[in-house]
Design a protein. Structure first.
Lengths: 327, 183
């Protein structure tokens, strides 16, 4: 009975983060994401983790980047204007390849918009909010069980691919209460980052990818001394403007995600087998889409729903395949 | 399959949202049903008409907003005026006789109960008014067992306040029971 809870979506996100092993959170509370900070402020210290309320969203983003470099599993949560403020530092985390999870509980915008009502207008900001060529991973969830598992997934993907992962929730799912069953330990996979086997005193090349494209990390401030920068950099992390270095780095940043899109993409489908019309949706809108499809099916209209749980990289192949039989 | 769609409405501070959460939580944790609860936020929730939507069902609940409640609870005149017209025909509208003067403009079973006055006369603390409302609702409609509400309250309420909450729930059950529809 103890693992059945009746909670807000934001609390489901907290439970998922704790399950995944988050041990550092820095944030600046903002509606409708505030309950994430509120609950982690109690839960993290109770299990030896760190919770810091920073002076603003930019500082929060920078703090989780620093903590991640030193070996922690990190997260921040925000909404609307706060997500805008974080963009420069998200780019830094993309460039320096620092695992981190950014939860954006979407509200109405632009600007301060509508803090207490739902919005889903940040899809392209999740993809292109920070400047320059880069790949990104963005995940979504429409119910509390999925909020939990996609939060775990966000940490797993961040640690695997050394990238910021954006979890795009929305106000309706974040604030609503419904059932959540907390899985037993071990029931869902949790991934820890790859750490270098290079011993102390040996030349560690933090930005030299392995054969499979992965970059083993070394906790900053521990065994190895190395440079971390937002500038184009060579395999030691030192700035370089060499066309060869820049080309290889940009290729690597994009390929490490694009080449693994099959492993990253998650989706759910309902009533697609015979669907004449396919509603493509995510988050709270996917709930409405399923509600509508069920009602219309009772009247004989063949409507199906494709819920995109991975929004970036965009599952173009899946959309094409699932819509092939539709009118 | 029975699916109950409720709207709790009143003004900020009456415990409207807390009552909604406790009912839905009792249904999920102790009755094994599905439930969703959502609410209005912001300035409207602090003094104006506030509402919380609850859906209880044995099946999956997708869309969490209640558009035509079959049970509507109104604890202020403003809430009654704002949300009364939304009730589904033949639904049940429960109001507090101290705060709401009802009109006969809706096709619903309107039940006015002296919940606030009875709580003040027998317990003397307005803080448990919402639990009395919950008791009346359960007395009228069933939905969940009173024990499930008490179990939920024991998880949420400080020990010293359990007795008072239990008394309020009991008062509500007694007020609601005579209006219970058989079956």
């Amino acid at each position: 009975m103890n693992n059945v809870k009746f909670v807000q979506g934001n609390e489901a996100c907290v439970e998922g983060a704790l399950y995944a092993g988050v041990d550092f959170y820095a944030g600046y509370p903002i509606t409708p994401s505030t309950e994430i900070a509120e609950h982690l402020s109690a839960r993290l210290p109770a299990r030896g983790g760190k919770f810091i309320q920073m002076e603003d969203e930019i500082a929060s983003m920078c703090a989780i980047i620093g903590a991640s470099l030193t070996g922690h599993k990190v997260m921040t949560a925000t909404s609307g204007p706060g997500f805008s403020l974080k963009q420069e530092a998200i780019g830094y985390a993309c460039m320096a390849e620092i695992p981190c999870v950014i939860v954006n509980v979407q509200r109405g915008g632009p600007s301060t918009g509508n803090p207490t009502h739902v919005g889903q207008g940040d899809i392209n900001q999740a993809r292109w909010g920070t400047h320059g060529d880069h790949a990104i991973i963005a995940l979504t969830a429409s119910n509390h069980q999925d909020v939990f598992s996609m939060t775990v997934e966000a940490f797993n993907l961040a640690e695997t691919y050394r990238t910021p992962v954006i979890l795009l929730l929305d106000e309706a799912v974040g604030h609503m209460r419904e059932k959540l069953v907390i899985p037993e330990a071990g029931e869902l996979e949790t991934v820890d980052r790859l750490r270098t086997s290079v011993p102390k005193g040996v030349d560690y090349r933090p930005y030299l990818p392995r054969e499979d494209g992965r970059l083993p990390m070394s906790d900053f401030g521990a065994e190895h001394r190395y440079n971390v920068t937002g500038l184009y950099h060579d395999m030691w992390g030192f700035p370089s403007a060499s066309p060869r270095v820049v080309n290889e780095l940009l290729r690597h940043l994009i390929d490490k995600i694009d080449n693994n899109s099959n492993a990253i993409i998650r989706y759910k489908e309902k009533f697609l087998e015979d669907a004449d019309y396919v509603l493509i949706s995510y988050g709270s809108s996917a709930r409405s889409a399923i509600h509508l499809a069920k009602n219309r099916r009772e009247k004989g209209e063949k409507i199906g729903v494709l819920e995109l749980q991975t929004i970036w990289p965009f599952p173009a192949e899946i959309v094409r395949e699932k819509c092939a039989g539709a009118r | 399959m029975r699916r109950t769609r409720l709207v709790f409405s009143g003004s900020g501070g009456q415990g409207v949202i807390t009552a909604a959460i406790i009912l839905a939580e009792a249904a999920v944790i102790y009755e094994g049903m599905n439930a969703t609860q959502s609410q209005s936020y912001g300035a409207a929730a602090r003094g104006g008409a506030t509402r919380s939507d609850v859906i209880i069902s044995e099946q999956e609940i997708n869309f969490p907003v209640v558009s035509q409640p079959n049970i509507l609870v109104c604890l202020t005149q403003e809430a009654y005026s704002s949300f009364g017209p939304e009730i589904r025909p033949a639904g049940t509208l429960i109001s507090d006789s101290r705060f709401v003067e009802t009109t006969r403009k809706v096709d619903a079973r309107q039940i006015e109960l002296p919940m606030y006055d009875t709580v003040m006369a027998r317990i003397g603390k307005p803080i448990v008014f919402n639990i009395c409302v919950l008791g009346a609702l359960i007395g009228l409609e069933g939905l969940v067992r009173p024990e499930s509400v008490m179990k939920t309250l024991r998880e949420r309420v400080p020990k010293d306040f359990i007795g008072m909450n239990s008394d309020a729930l009991q008062i509500g059950l007694e007020l609601g029971a005579p209006f219970r529809v058989a079956g």
